[in-house]
Design a binder for this molecule. Structure first.
Ligand SMILES: O=C(O)c1[nH]c2ccc(F)cc2c1NC(=O)[C@H]1C[C@@H]1c1ccccc1
Length: 232
């Protein structure tokens, strides 16, 4: 998160850190007791290994009462996701067991109504991604508020030049922005997850390259079908 500030501990109890060998790779968030939603690109350099999911954390390293690392039973990248673009950049992770819910571990509802969030709506995003242009990695969760910008503005040829589909949305990236390591985390507008930070490589903090999110509502049926099929 660039230009943001340290989050209040455990006020975002849905936040997950996707880890490999104890290292944070991407964000994610709890959408059901046994399910975390993140971004498919985050699995690109894992050569088939599955993540571990840290829940209930504020600090990535310090001991905290409700912090717990969960094993992942299965990972379901969206079938349309690919390394060449940001399309269908979603990843569902089934935890090995149901997460123990408490003050620091809670589910976040996601938007099911497929309607664009109005431009200028101020949403917030949090993550353990880089907090400086030089790539400094925080130990604590950071957050920042960002206004939604219209798809037309985001698709301008000087911005993302018509690559933003109706299943994506954008926020202003002037100074305050998401950055590497924040991908997979939720864009929260009025208490509801509207988007997932896309994990394609992208410059951060440059107003000419707005932040891109996968809108969740268009994928509600896919999310429900994967959860229903795997839960048995
Ligand atoms: O965050 C992203 O956009 C992104 N997209 C990817 C694609 C492939 C992929 F193998 C990884 C990623 C990845 N995450 C990262 O590189 C994480 C490792 C870096 C990081 C940044 C800050 C704090 C901790 C760790």
């Amino acid at each position: 998160i660039l230009g943001g500030y340290e989050a209040k501990p455990h006020l975002r109890p849905y936040m997950a850190s996707l880890q490999l060998d104890g290292q944070h790779v991407c964000g994610g968030f709890l959408i059901a007791e046994q399910w975390v939603l993140s971004a498919a690109h985050c699995t690109e350099e894992t050569d088939g290994r599955v993540f571990q999911v840290l829940l209930g954390a504020h600090s990535l390293t310090e001991p905290e009462p409700h912090k717990r690392l969960y094993q992942v039973r299965a990972q379901f990248p969206h079938p349309g996701s690919n390394i060449h673009n940001n399309k269908d950049d979603l990843l569902l992770l089934q935890l090995e067991e149901k997460a123990e819910l408490n003050a620091a571990v809670q589910v976040l509802p996601f938007q099911r109504e497929d309607r664009d969030v109005a431009a200028d709506t101020v949403c917030d995003v949090a993550g353990w991604g880089t907090i400086t242009h030089s790539g400094r990695r925080p130990d604590k969760l950071y957050q920042v508020e960002r206004p939604v910008i219209s798809r037309d503005v985001c698709n301008h040829r000087t911005r993302h030049d018509h690559t933003i589909t109706e299943k994506m949305m954008c926020t202003d990236s002037r100074r305050r922005d998401t950055c590497k390591g924040d991908s997979g985390g939720p864009l929260v507008c009025n208490g509801v997850a509207e988007g997932v930070v896309t994990a394609g490589s992208r410059v951060c903090g440059n107003y000419k390259k707005p932040a891109i999110y996968t809108r969740i509502a268009p994928y509600a049926a896919w999310i429900d079908s994967v959860m229903a099929s795997a839960d048995g």
